[in-house]
Design a protein around this ligand. Structure first.
Ligand code: FES
Length: 221
């Protein structure tokens, strides 16, 4: 080796850390991008899950806190004795953006003094809104001709029972109703006797059960 070919100490390669190959660099970039995409997906998923869970669980949570609420329908002076009037109240289970659908009408009948009846507006047949006709003193349903007397009991037509009623009371000269629970068969069944009850042990009950048995010969046990 000639003198010009000799390598000075400064030109000598110093030991360095191993240089990543292009293949491993691409792999680590993919892992990094994958982690970033997982983070973004998780953030978007959480962002979308909040309103969805709010939509699904909100009514149930709100209902449990509102179903026992009492709604003020107004002072007793708003309800002349012997008259039946239509009153709207705000459903406590609804949200603010429900608009007019949260307004629930009901029929208030003041018999006398603090003796009231508050009827659900829905027909006991299939739920059409009934109207009060003071001349005939009947509630009439426009859908299938159901009719009810002034006290809400069934008069004629397809309904099998009278109008549903709200629990109510007079507080400080005002009429309030328990409006969180809509009066239906499900809610009233807890406090009332069943509409139809067959006493299997009585002769009449046994006869009724006998009539319900299948008539065909192949059905005889
Ligand atoms: Fe009222 Fe059918 S819905 S009679």
């Amino acid at each position: 080796m000639t003198k010009s070919e000799q390598i000075s100490p400064s030109d000598q390669a110093t030991p360095t850390e191993p240089v990543a190959s292009p293949k491993s660099a691409g792999h680590s970039r993919r892992v990094f991008l994958f982690k970033i995409s997982m983070l973004v997906n998780g953030a978007v998923g959480a962002f979308l899950a909040v309103p969805i869970f709010g939509y699904l669980l909100g009514p149930a949570l709100k209902k449990s806190s509102s179903e026992n609420s009492w709604i003020n329908l107004g002072p007793l002076s708003d309800f002349p004795e012997g008259e039946t009037r239509l009153v709207n109240f705000r459903n406590p289970v609804t949200t603010e953006w429900d608009g007019q659908t949260g307004d629930i009408p009901c029929w208030v009948r003041r018999v006398s003094g603090s003796d009231f009846q508050v009827f659900a507006i829905n027909c006991a047949h299939l739920g059409c809104p009934v109207r009060w006709f003071s001349q005939s003193k009947l509630f009439l349903c426009p859908c299938h001709g159901g009719a009810y007397y002034a006290d809400g009991s069934r008069a004629s037509g397809p309904p099998e029972r009278g109008l549903f009623e709200y629990d109510h009371k007079v507080v400080n000269g005002r009429l309030v109703i328990s409006a969180g629970k809509m009066p239906t068969l499900a809610t009233q069944a807890q406090t009332e006797a069943p509409l139809t009850q067959i006493e299997g042990t009585s002769p009449a009950g046994l006869a009724a059960v006998e009539q319900l048995k299948p008539r065909c010969s192949s059905c005889q046990g």
